[in-house]
Design a protein around this ligand. Structure first.
Ligand SMILES: [Zn+2]
Length: 145
């Protein structure tokens, strides 16, 4: 599919979190411009998420970056927490199996992703605490710290 047609498809934003049949869950995917390396928000990435096998999810997407580069992504996510993607015409595998072989850049990206997820979790936990506190106050229950 050509990038223009992919850009006309819905954004990937509503496709995540993604859950496999074995329970493995992917909260979100981080996308980078393949030319200038800036992060591209999921809402700006358009394309399709499909599954031919229970254990595999294929992501075909495109995103146009403010730098002018039109990015194309072909990513294959597996339920064993590995992922394969098309880079310069070759399939590259990343994940737990060859975590040590991850480039410094790949590791940095993963760390950024984890930081982002932790940050999200922090805000979620904080919101929950506020809701719980309000609930206790409304019902006159004691605080537990
Ligand atoms: Zn760019």
């Amino acid at each position: 599919m050509n990038p223009e047609a992919l850009l006309a498809a819905p954004s990937l934003e509503n496709q995540f979190p993604l859950e496999f049949h074995n329970g493995f869950r992917i909260a979100t995917l981080a996308f980078w411009c393949l030319s200038c390396d800036k992060a591209i928000p999921l809402a700006k990435v358009h394309g399709h998420v499909g599954s031919i096998m229970k254990s595999v999810v294929d992501v075909t997407a495109a995103a146009s970056c403010p730098c002018g580069h039109l990015n194309r992504y072909r990513i294959r996510l597996h339920d064993d927490a590995t992922c394969t993607y098309l880079k310069n015409g070759e399939w590259v595998t990343e994940g737990k199996g060859n975590a040590n072989k991850l480039s410094l850049f790949g590791r940095l990206r993963l760390q950024l992703l984890f930081l982002w997820i932790r940050w999200k979790c922090y805000w979620l936990a904080r919101t929950l605490r506020i809701i719980q506190r309000d609930f206790r106050e409304k019902h006159g229950l004691p605080h537990d710290g």
